[in-house]
Write a protein that binds this ligand. Structure first.
Ligand code: UDX
Length: 457
């Protein structure tokens, strides 16, 4: 995956459309982007969150995380007065017609299951504070069966006499491309809608639908499962190529060339066949674990064991990179100076949740290496999670005096770095390309001892 900065095209709307008032509950990666995108589509929007820091930042025009293109659109719609943010959930619930639930569903601390506290709290806050008929639209990623439970909750707490529907409309946005993915989604899934709620949501998504985005209507459990299955499939594809990369390594084949050749088959496709350090982030890892857990609960044991393998292969990639580093350092990393390029779980984000890059950096540190990390955007978030690592402010500073350099996140600026100049800064020019994206020949020609996953030594 490259980190070319494709700014998404926006909508030329100038007038508020439709008169539908939209509230978005939860203003993290998903909710903040959704709120801004709804304003861009022409609606009056309030973003509601219990975290005053997020709300204050957004209200001041500052996105509290790095997401290309979002700052500009936020500023634009704070100025059009179509968009505001509040910590007063009750006020937002009383004001809007359509209520999107965009709160997090993290992994529980004590199991693989999803923690549904935030989804339940948001739904309760919305339903109990409604002042008129309303549509509640779940967007958060939840285990199948959750929406049905939430319908019972809504029936219990919503004021009597109001017509309230709850439907599911999963979100498929990728971090780093969130604005484009939200404004121009590749599909819109509507689960559990009636004729009334389907018509309302078709009005909300009229812009993307007019562009040709397909709409899939289905029941609640199918809508919930579409999202987790999509993530499980992507994770499986990555673990497949990573498993094959070990075969390539043992057989002297090259997994990057192999992936290109596989990708020409339209039934397979080239995307998500980049072998390397594996997947991380706030979605794929916890979503496949939650699906594993739910599949077991439902008695679908084969699905659970497939996902267990996917998870194990993925986590094993971190060990493989660690082993490569130990081998490159002659059997031990103790007291070796190691430069780590990349901390984010992928390029174009400052998100370090379950980041394979930071995980490997921390493991090297634990084994006694002197680790210095550089990431173009994720330095601050990484420092908050792992304050004991050292952080550099440039590639050069990170690489200077090192015995080994690891490229753990494939930011363009690492791929385009001057390998010759960097080689001269090191104590010993050794590099491990854990994302399979460097030009191996150019780095070798520049004097680097080069190794990677799934490539002949
Ligand atoms: C993912 C889904 O793509 C998105 O549809 C869903 O809504 C949320 O989860 P995201 O977490 O933003 O999005 O990241 P994604 O681009 O899917 O990458 C996930 C991880 O897989 C990253 O760590 C990335 O580096 C890794 N990856 C991706 C690979 O290791 N190899 C690949 O070929 C592709």
């Amino acid at each position: 995956m490259t980190d070319d900065l494709e700014l998404p095209s926006t909508w030329p709307t100038t007038e508020p459309s439709g008169g539908i008032r939209i509230a978005v509950f939860g203003t993290g990666y998903l909710g903040a982007t959704h709120a801004v995108a709804m304003a861009e589509l022409g609606f009056e929007v309030v973003g509601a969150d219990t975290d005053p820091h997020k709300v204050d930042a957004l209200a001041a025009g500052k996105v509290p995380f790095f997401e290309p293109g979002l700052d500009e659109l936020l500023e634009k719609h704070l100025l059009t007065d179509r968009l505001r943010f509040t910590t007063d959930l009750a006020e937002a619930a009383g004001w809007a017609d359509v209520h999107f639930v965009c709160v997090g569903t993290p992994q529980q601390k004590t199991s693989h299951a999803a923690d549904l506290r935030f989804v339940e709290a948001a739904t309760r806050a919305i339903a109990s504070n409604l002042t008129k008929d309303a549509l509640i639209v779940g967007k958060s990623t939840v285990p199948v069966g959750t929406a049905e439970q939430l319908r019972h909750l809504v029936a219990e707490v919503a004021p009597a006499g109001l017509h309230v529907e709850l439907v599911w409309n999963p979100e498929f946005l990728r971090e780093g491309k969130a604005v484009g993915d939200t404004l121009h989604p590749d599909r819109i899934v509507l689960g559990g809608t009636t004729a009334h709620s389907e018509a309302l949501l078709r009005e909300v998504y009229a812009g993307p639908i007019a562009e040709g985005t397909p709409v899939v209507t289905c029941d609640l459990p199918t809508a919930e499962l579409v999202k987790v299955s999509a993530n499980a499939f992507l994770a499986t594809k990555i673990s497949f190529i990573n498993a094959i990369s070990a075969v390539c390594e043992a057989a002297g084949a090259d997994v990057t060339v192999l992936a290109d050749a596989l990708g020409h088959d339209v039934r397979i496709g080239r995307q998500f066949l980049d072998a390397g350090l594996g997947f991380g982030g706030g979605c794929l890892p916890k979503d496949i674990r939650a699906l594993m857990h739910r599949s077991t609960e439902l008695g679908a044991h084969r699905a659970a064991s497939l996902l267990q393998q996917v998870d194990e292969i993925n986590m094993g990639q971190r060990e493989r990179v660690l082993d490569l580093a130990i081998t490159a350092c002659g059997g031990s990393v103790l007291n070796r100076r190691i430069g780590v390029l990349g901390a984010a779980f992928k390029p174009l984000t400052d998100d370090v949740r379950d980041s394979p890059a930071l995980n490997v950096a921390a493991a090297l540190h634990l084994r006694g290496a002197q680790v210095t990390v550089f990431d173009p955007e994720a330095g601050d978030t990484a420092r908050r999670s792992f304050p004991t690592l050292s952080y550099a402010t440039s590639i050069e500073e990170c690489v200077e005096g090192t015995d080994l350099v690891l490229v753990l996140t494939e930011w363009d600026q690492f791929l385009m770095a001057d390998a010759g100049r960097l080689a001269r800064l090191t104590s010993a020019p050794r590099v491990i390309d854990a994302r399979g994206k460097l030009d191996a020949r150019a780095w070798r020609d520049a004097g680097w001892e080069f190794s990677g996953l799934g490539r002949a030594a």
